[in-house]
Design a binder for this molecule. Structure first.
Ligand SMILES: C[S@@+](CC[C@H](N)C(=O)[O-])C[C@H]1O[C@@H](n2cnc3c(N)ncnc32)[C@H](O)[C@@H]1O
Ligand code: SF4
Length: 389
């Protein structure tokens, strides 16, 4: 039997500027000591290999922040070290999130050379006014050029768009989506703009600087997006992620299927079975220190930057697996869920909780899967509140 699969997440916490909508663990710094950061990432990677040994790494994901600002040598060193620390799949998926500025596109050849085989570009919009509103550092033309460069250098690419922006009509969005489809490859991520506490947009919105589309318009935007992308052969496989059959991001599927992953870098999370032969016995849940400098100093001092490490067991496993799995369009594979948590999801939830949500058309169930319908996925937080009380 081959070793259990594992995903490796690597967080790069720096950006050139902070976008007003973003609450990711991202920071602007004048200078980053690349060698110090490279050494610290490699040190924590070794620690992660001691935490979750004897697995087969299926995916590596460089997320951020803006990992396209990393030195390609650092990216290459992390990939190389991963290969020496674990067994790796022959078709290892190695994704890197990139901002589509011309400077960063200029690094794509070196990043591909370092081993990256999939990029996810933060295009956000193809409209000049919207890009300005979103505080982006690139123009639409630069983004289009970056997509072309990505297509040239990487076997797989995807890009992100943010819709349901202030004042955006359904017609305007569908026209923008059409232009995006002409540039799209096998994968597209489309996010509705959300206001995250602590961001500039949150305060701007609270003082009335702009209004978001109302609930009906948001619902229509979501439904029309789903329909158009279905028709274009890019159906949703998760709330905001669309792909051609077989082209889903395998790393993100690891999260949503509640499989094992380790996380390195500031604020990175990990979840991995304590005993891979008995996954339902519990997962180790780890979180590294969020602050870049605090993390760096901890790694240099202790060999890792772990801020929290706890054991998720019993109902924790069931709740986390539900929160993740109901995001998937195909729903939760009941047998896989039972293997990960020790219980079938339908049995765990019970008739009293499930029946009203099934009847209202928010959930769907059959012999092999339990899932949220498109309507259910659109209001997943409300659905989860009813399930996890
Ligand atoms: C870690 S970020 C992106 C990577 C890269 N730094 C960039 O900005 O191009 C991942 C994606 O989440 C989306 N996102 C972040 N904050 C959001 C928000 N408040 N509402 C909707 N989408 C958001 C954006 O599309 C973004 O590209
Ligand atoms: S959206 Fe991307 S570039 Fe902007 S602050 Fe967030 S992580 Fe950085």
């Amino acid at each position: 039997m081959s070793a259990p699969p594992l995903g490796v997440y690597v967080h790069w916490p720096f950006c050139k500027s902070k976008c007003p909508y973003c609450d990711f663990n991202s920071h602007v710094r004048d200078g980053v000591e690349q060698m110090r950061w490279r050494n610290a990432l490699l040190t924590e990677l070794e620690h992660a290999a001691r935490e979750a040994p004897e697995r087969r790494v299926e995916t590596i994901f460089f997320g951020g922040g803006t990992p396209s600002l990393m030195a390609p040598e650092t990216v290459g060193a992390v990939i190389e070290r991963t290969r020496t620390l674990w067994d790796t799949a022959p078709d290892l998926e190695i994704t890197l999130e990139a901002n589509p500025t011309s400077v960063e596109a200029g690094k794509f050849a070196a990043l591909a050379q370092a081993g990256v085989n999939r990029v996810s570009l933060g295009v956000q919009s193809l409209d000049a006014d919207a890009l300005r509103f979103l505080g982006r550092e690139h123009s639409a033309d630069e983004a289009i050029a970056a997509i072309a460069t990505a297509r040239h250098h990487f076997a797989r690419y995807s890009f992100d768009l943010i819709y349901a922006r202030p004042g955006q009509t359904v017609e305007a969005w569908l026209a923008e989506l059409e232009r995006a489809l002409a540039l799209a490859g096998e994968h597209l991520s489309v996010y509705q703009l959300t206001l995250e506490r602590g961001t500039r947009f949150f305060t701007d919105h609270a003082r009335g600087a702009f209004v978001l589309p109302d609930e009906d318009t948001s619902a229509e935007l979501f439904e029309r997006t789903q329909a158009r992308l279905d028709e274009a052969g890019l159906p949703a496989y998760e709330i905001s992620n669309h792909a051609r059959p077989g082209a889903a991001c395998r790393h993100n599927l690891i999260y949503w299927r509640y499989q094992d992953y380790v996380g390195i870098g500031p604020g990175a999370h990990g979840r991995f079975a304590r005993d891979p032969r008995r996954p339902a016995a519990g997962k180790q849940a780890t979180r590294r220190a969020s602050g870049p400098e605090a993390w760096l100093e901890a790694v240099e001092r202790d060999g890792h930057g772990t801020a929290e490490s706890a054991i998720a067991q019993g109902s924790d496993l069931v709740e986390e697996a539900l929160m993740m799995g109901l995001r998937l369009a195909g729903g939760i594979d009941r047998a896989r869920f039972a293997e990960a948590t020790g219980v079938d999801p339908v049995t765990a939830l019970g008739e009293a909780k499930l029946a009203p949500l099934l009847k209202a058309g928010f959930l769907k169930v059959d012999a092999t899967h339990l899932g949220a319908t498109a309507t259910g996925r659109q209001r997943l937080n409300a659905v989860l509140e009813r399930l996890i009380a």
